[in-house]
Design a protein around this ligand. Structure first.
Ligand code: BTN
Length: 328
């Protein structure tokens, strides 16, 4: 794989590189370069053009993830809270990786980011489409002294942290759908997956994973089973630096984890409601085969969903919310 990564680094500038040049740089034959290029096209689904007499070129220049640039984009406090940053070209799942680390003594504040996931996981057993070099796949391991039951509101705090970080970049119209979907114009822009393990009375450990669509190709988007958006569209075609984004999101999320550990959800509730896109709307809450209809009345202090039905408000801790079309 090393040679392939080397080739990707050469091609990342979006210019032509001859087979001869790549062969020399990698210390392999031109025929071997050709084979690696085919593997990048077939295995990683990279769009590589080859033109006789000119060589190989990526369809679009790529900003590859770089540790120094991510660290440079972080706040001082964020860097303080970060114990270790693992950067992978390719991994099954950044969440899966940190869960494995967590049983082997992985430190609180260990983060992992990847260019591509081969088995990216979404909530409710879904897949998270994770093509190479185009989005952000980021996970953080955090250890809490309390038991898992105290962590019910953490995913809401994390969602809010992502929306705030994106807001600071001047991106507008991004909001939340309970518990932690990040949406733009009703379409999914980012998702969070929290995987929690531990003793009932503590301690517990959480792997918090964020998937953010930055610039998805239409053909990758076709594999997503729900309406989606990416930051390129939100920003009106502007190319955003993934390293900058990763650094800022990482700082924000590390801050949320540390703050949640001290104060729980309380400091987040009012602001969460401010970004709640479904507040006051008719919704359906799906829990397995059960469907409950009501009006979305926001969240309570623990982060549970409040649904109004026949004038009464009930709280719900799980399930999936969808908007109900207004009655004709
Ligand atoms: C969702 O379904 O809304 C949650 C998606 C979470 C995806 C991210 S990508 C980084 C991390 N690693 C994974 O395998 N999943 C999460």
């Amino acid at each position: 794989m090393e040679i392939r990564h080397h080739i990707i680094h050469q091609l990342a500038d979006g210019r032509f590189h001859s087979g001869e040049e790549l062969a020399e740089q990698c210390g392999i034959s031109r025929a071997a370069v050709w084979k690696h290029i085919q593997a990048l096209k077939d295995g990683l689904q990279m769009e590589i053009h080859s033109v006789r007499g000119k060589g190989y070129r990526l369809e679009r220049a790529l900003e590859l993830l770089a540790e120094e640039e991510i660290l440079a984009a972080m706040t001082v406090q964020g860097r303080d809270r970060l114990r270790l940053l693992d950067l992978h070209h390719e991994i099954d799942s950044t969440n899966g990786y940190l869960l494995r680390q967590s049983v082997n003594g992985g430190a609180s504040g260990h983060a992992c980011i990847a260019e591509r996931q081969t088995a990216g996981r979404g909530r409710r057993g879904r897949r998270w489409i994770s093509p190479y070099g185009s989005n952000i796949y980021l996970s953080i391991l955090w250890r809490f002294p309390s038991g898992p039951a105290q962590l019910g509101g953490l995913s809401l705090a994390a969602g809010l942290s992502v929306v705030r970080s994106l807001g600071k970049l001047g991106l507008e119209g991004i909001g939340l759908k309970w518990p932690n979907d990040v949406l733009w114009k009703g379409r999914k822009l980012a998702g969070l997956l929290l995987e929690v393990a531990g003793e009932v009375d503590g301690p517990s450990r959480v792997v918090l994973g964020l998937g953010l669509n930055v610039a998805l190709r239409a053909r990758d988007g076709e594999e997503i089973d729900q309406p989606w958006a990416d930051l390129r569209e939100v920003s009106g075609g502007q190319e955003l630096s993934r390293n900058q984004l990763a650094g800022q999101l990482l700082s924000g999320l590390l801050d949320s984890l540390a703050r949640y550990e001290q104060e729980g959800l309380a400091p987040w509730v009012a602001d969460w409601s401010h970004y709640d896109l479904y507040h006051g709307k008719p919704v359906t809450l799906s829990m397995g085969d059960r469907k409950i209809e009501g009006v979305h009345r926001g969240i309570d202090a623990s982060g549970a969903l409040l649904l109004e039905r026949q004038g009464e408000i009930s709280t719900y801790h799980g399930g999936e919310v969808s908007l109900r079309p207004a009655a004709p």
